[in-house]
Design a protein around this ligand. Structure first.
Ligand SMILES: NC(=O)c1ccc[n+]([C@@H]2O[C@H](COP(=O)([O-])OP(=O)(O)OC[C@H]3O[C@@H](n4cnc5c(N)ncnc54)[C@H](OP(=O)(O)O)[C@@H]3O)[C@@H](O)[C@H]2O)c1
Length: 248
């Protein structure tokens, strides 16, 4: 693998301050790209930017707020110029059972995962180079749904995003802009809402269910995003690539 595959490319990763987004931003930076990341927590974002490397642009903002998305792309345009790769990764997982989910619960998840993703792509369009690659972060259909009570709002939001990938691919094809979804299964990213012991137990359980007997690492997803952004994927658009160790 060439270590300067993305030399001269501008890459934007939403939710680049932790987990899959951080690993992906690190991967592109390592392969020569100029990288911009976004996230809400400024402290975490600044820390991530330093960790990724020199000259990483960190723009704090909430993708649920369309004005923040405008600010992100204005800052990227000013500092880095036009965009070659956009990874729409910022996402929120919240568990609410059907019988007690409120409208606020629903809106919180859909505002980030659906509205945020839709307007991130829309607002990026004037800043994308022809031939750019857009990758959205979906969700692998791991397990039958009956084993995952409480995931209704989250899985519905990711299904909406996947559907949108296909229409966006069709609408942007005339500019050779490709739009695909990468759909991770269980990835080794600590969930902030769970105590560490509960998290470790859950991770062990998920790893045991996997044919490969391990969880995915954020780097496993980053490699697929880099592939989709590369020339090797020049004839792939409107598709979903599942990264789940064979669980679905
Ligand atoms: N981990 C898994 O097993 C897994 C499986 C399937 C799919 N995914 C998807 O992978 C993506 C990344 O998740 P992750 O596991 O890496 O989680 P994570 O470590 O919690 O990272 C989420 C990132 O998104 C940012 N973010 C969240 N809400 C945001 C908002 N409203 N505006 C801007 N940034 C926001 C977070 O920063 P701030 O909190 O500071 O804003 C953080 O940088 C998500 O779309 C998730 O649904 C994850």
């Amino acid at each position: 693998m060439s270590m300067d595959r993305f030399h001269g490319h501008v890459v934007v990763v939403t939710g680049g301050s932790s987990g899959i987004g951080l690993a992906t931003a690190r991967r592109f930076a390592r392969e020569g790209a100029s990288v911009a990341i976004t996230g809400r927590d400024e402290h975490r974002l600044a820390h991530a930017a330093t960790e990724i490397g020199d000259n990483v642009l960190a723009v704090a903002g909430d993708v649920a707020d369309v004005a923040d998305i405008d600010r992100l792309f204005a800052a990227v345009a000013k500092a880095l110029g036009r965009i070659d790769v956009l990874f729409v990764n910022a996402g929120l997982k919240r568990l609410h059972a059907l019988h007690d989910a409120s409208v606020e619960h629903f809106n919180e998840v859909f505002d980030v995962n659906v509205k945020g993703a839709f307007f991130t792509v829309q607002k990026a369009i004037p800043h994308l180079n022809d031939g750019a690659s857009v990758v959205l972060c979906g969700l692998a259909p791991v397990d039958p749904a009956w084993r995952r009570p409480g995931t209704g709002i989250y899985t519905a939001s990711k299904a909406a995003m996947k559907a949108f990938t296909r229409t966006a691919a069709a609408e942007l094809a005339h500019r050779q802009i490709r739009v695909n979804t990468v759909s991770p299964g269980p990835i080794n990213v600590p969930a902030a809402h769970l105590p560490p012991e509960q998290m470790a137990e859950r991770m062990r359980r998920m790893a045991a269910l996997s044919p490969l007997k391990r969880l995915g690492e954020p780097e496993d997803v980053a490699g697929v995003v880099a592939f989709l952004a590369s020339r090797d994927a020049a004839y792939i658009t409107g598709q979903e690539i599942t990264v789940d160790g064979g669980m679905s």
